[in-house]
Design a protein around this ligand. Structure first.
Ligand code: UD1
Length: 421
């Protein structure tokens, strides 16, 4: 397994190009299951999670062609061979569950293994199941698989979600495009990836309104056609690289960055003493003072502070002046980076879903271990500011969500290298 070696203490200067969003691509790719005609995605990120989704779709008979080094993907579901998402693929990535809604909508049946993914909490699928049942599906859990059928097809319905789950909103949104009649998703998630999915589905011929708000209305149509769609910028990769100069000093411009994607995050950066300026091509970031200031953070559904930036923010606050309190409200077990940061000299107390970080002047490099995707990148960021060398091992999680992290950070002056096992 590869490791990443970071030597801290060099300021960063230059530009980093932000890729297309992993979490958008992972829901746009299964949208191809809704149509016989091809779906072309441009600005696709090149990540191992995308390879996993490709393998899953191929196992269903979808033809996937990657062009321009994987940045363009042409997906075609004209010759489907299966409606079963097998455990061997699904266990690698929770987002595999996003084939459930489209398969049910177009093929009226789906067998989908319960998912795996990062070990950051229970992450059940009850919201997906209740919602699809409201649309006429019959779903049974047997031998670790959800067996779903919709005799005569799905029917439009009022679908109130007990929590604004991103995945459940995506599954229902896709399913409703081919259902008979009107579907109203209430308490829908409002994340930019959902807005992007709605845009793509509309380009395929779906009738959708209200995406980006808590109520999405979908009028079912008989069929969807071909479309070409650019994947929205990855707001989590954006936020991660925006933090890099806050750790290391210097000034970094994140190309493709947009304030509307990271509003609540930028508010916290401002309070911590970080300047974020809009430029023609993105967002420029620079710390106002030598040391950032402590801030309190509560993770929430969009437009609140994203849980996927909590680990990176905590790592930054380890050396801020004062005490910060971080509350994790989306996942119950998402502080696995804290013990690793403590190994680097951080002063953190975790009690349930709350972490209290007392800022220290400087972290010290240490051998640390990545436990999930965002935790692993938070340790790399911490290494940028730490004294000496930080060796982050088990970085396979990192490759699930970050394209060439060592090249992107290396290009702005970081001393970082991948050590292949
Ligand atoms: C998506 C993102 C993930 C991000 C998360 C929250 C993708 C591929 N992944 O994950 O990076 O961290 O949104 O912004 O887009 N829940 C239930 N029952 C359900 C569904 C969810 O209890 O049926 C709970 C989960 O356990 C979790 C919370 O709801 O505690 C949030 O989950 P959800 O919004 O569904 O996240 P994902 O779609 O899995």
């Amino acid at each position: 397994m590869d490791s990443i070696l970071v030597t801290g203490g060099t300021p960063l200067n230059g530009q980093i190009a932000i890729a297309g969003a992993k979490n958008a691509a992972l829901t746009l790719m299964p949208a191809t299951l809704l149509s016989e005609e091809p779906l072309t995605l441009t600005n696709a990120p090149r990540l191992s999670d995308i390879k996993t989704m490709t393998a899953l779709l191929q196992s269903l008979g979808v033809e996937v062609t990657a062009l321009q080094d994987g940045k363009v993907q042409v997906l075609s579901s004209h010759a489907m061979t299966s409606t079963t998402a097998d455990y061997e693929i699904v266990r690698k990535m929770r987002a595999s569950n996003l084939v459930l809604g489209p398969l049910l909508a177009r093929h009226h049946k789906a067998t989908v293994s319960l998912p795996g993914g990062c070990a950051i909490g229970a992450r059940p699928m009850d919201i997906h199941v209740t919602a699809l049942e409201a649309m006429g599906a019959e779903i049974e859990l047997k031998d670790g698989y959800l067996h779903a059928v919709a005799k005569g097809g799905l029917k439009g319905a009022k679908v109130p979600l007990r929590f604004a789950s991103v995945g459940a909103t995506e599954n229902v949104l896709m399913a409703a495009t081919l259902a008979k009649g009107t579907t109203l998703i209430e308490n829908a998630a409002r994340e930019p990836e959902i807005v992007d999915l709605a845009k793509c589905l509309r380009a395929m011929g779906a009738q959708i309104s209200g995406e980006g708000t808590s109520t999405i209305e979908i009028q079912g149509v008989d069929r969807l056609g071909a479309a070409t769609h650019p994947v929205v910028t990855d707001r989590i990769e954006l936020g991660t690289y925006m933090l890099a100069p806050v750790f290391a000093g210097g000034e970094v411009e994140c190309l493709g960055g947009r304030l509307d994607l990271v509003g609540s995050f930028v508010e916290k950066l401002d309070a911590a003493g970080v300047d974020v300026t809009e430029t023609k091509d993105g967002l420029k970031v620079k710390r106002r003072t030598d040391r950032a200031k402590a801030v309190d953070v509560v993770t929430e559904v969009f437009p609140g502070f994203p849980t996927d930036l909590q680990a990176q923010m905590m790592a930054m606050l380890c050396t801020a002046e004062g005490t910060s309190v971080l509350e994790e409200k989306i996942f119950e077990n998402r502080f696995m980076h804290a013990p690793e940061l403590i190994r680097m000299g951080a002063d953190i107390e975790v009690q349930g879903g709350v972490a209290t970080v007392h800022g220290v002047k400087r972290l010290k490099g240490a051998p640390v271990m990545a436990t999930d995707l965002r935790a692993s990148v938070s340790l790399i960021l911490a290494g940028l500011a730490a004294e000496g060398e930080t060796m982050v091992s088990r970085v396979y999680h990192l490759d699930r969500g970050y394209e060439h992290v060592e090249e992107k950070l290396g290009a702005v002056g970081a001393r970082i290298e991948r050590i292949s096992a």
